[in-house]
Write a protein that binds this ligand. Sequence first.
Ligand code: GLU
Length: 481
Amino acid sequence: MISLVDGYLGRIMLDCQAHLTGAVADYIPELAAVDPGGFGLSMCVHDGHVYSHGDSAAAFTIQSISKPLTYALALGRRGFATIDAAIGVEPSGEAFNEISVDQRRRPKNPMINAGAILAASMLLPQEPTVSSDTVDAAFADVVEFYSACAGRRLGLDERVYASESATGARNRAIAYMLVSFGALQTDPDAAIDLYFRQCSLQVTTDDLAVIGCTIANGGVNPRTGRRVLDQAVAQRVLSVMTTCGMYDGAGDWVTRVGLPAKSGVGGGILAILPGQLGIGVYSPLLDEHGNSVRGVDTCRHLSTDLGLHMFNVARESRTTIRAVYDLGDIEVSPEWVDRERVFLKTCRDRVRVYELQGDLTFAGAESAVRRLEADVDRFDVAILEISRVDIVDPVARNMVLGFKHVLDEGGRRSLVVDPDGVVRASIDRYRDDGPATDMGIPYGVGRLDPALPHVHSSMSEAVLDAEEFLVKSRLIEPGPA
Ligand code: GLU
């Protein structure tokens, strides 16, 4: 059975697949040589589960997506006061390699090259000459930190690094200019070397998704359980990614996508929904700002189709599965006699009840649906009990409906117990307004019929419905015991 969320992500990729405009970065030959058709998408959710699509294992250089990470490391090592005295947090509205500084001659923010080079310089001893061994040690620290965020060891693309070093006149000029302003207080060549190396680390979209989820989680890697950055640092990084992450397109990005993000000229985009998930996208064809064309498009779709805009999340709560049980302790409904009653006693374990609580948005519905998908061989009927759910957003509602289609196709049944009418209210709105998105129509199923879900107002009604289903489908020809 294909997972529902995988179905959604695959579909979003299909929708964006055709947008083959833009050009690969060609300021160094190594970047120009990549396959322009490469396209990968990964999403890491709060418990570390990663959904991977397309070229999600293809390695590319992290480039400017390294900037928030080195900034985080510098904040952790040197403290907020020191870093804030050196690097501002205001959007520049200018291109990434613009030589922009504020009135105090500080780089305007850590997401443009001037600020990023300065952040890297803060990881070195603040002395006029720094040995190459010392740069090696600082780089080892950078690799260690990025790898801890990604949950696996990252490696350097030696050829990209050599090429960046050989051609990086503008970045060198920025570093020397910062020295002349008194802003950069270490060896500029060492700082620039460290910066070129960090940009040349190789990642996949799976890595970006895990890195994003680590920041979304307030600094704890969801796969390793290790705290790799402070909560306050994670919050700061998310803030500057929101206001300065997408270069000169930041305002448009926040408005239309609403996910803190950072792109790199290697074709990657890291996007984060705070408190919930991390996203990595890769497609090397870039727009005039240096952002991946399909990456931006994919993020727009993710935001709209899955309701991921950060200001869309009404409350920072997550739906959890409160309890899971079968009908073993629940009496057979009094309506049944004789043969059916005997039969129904033998298959109480084929009906599983999932009690949900909290608000049902994409993230909550995702974890509930994934649990159901993992359990699917263990039941013929799944009952979702949602009396403790307060809000069901349109995406989550469509996911519940979509899951019903998946079960129907497998000859199973899904029922909802909704005493307060939360889902019913939402279905009534659907009837009036039409679907908010088309995401509830997976796998070629036609327009959703709002009457489709079997919604009951009490558990006893749902149990009777489940029993009728079992009797109809299995009395004559019993299925798996
Ligand atoms: N290495 C590139 C530079 O600093 C990174 C640029 C980017 O990804 O935006 O010029």
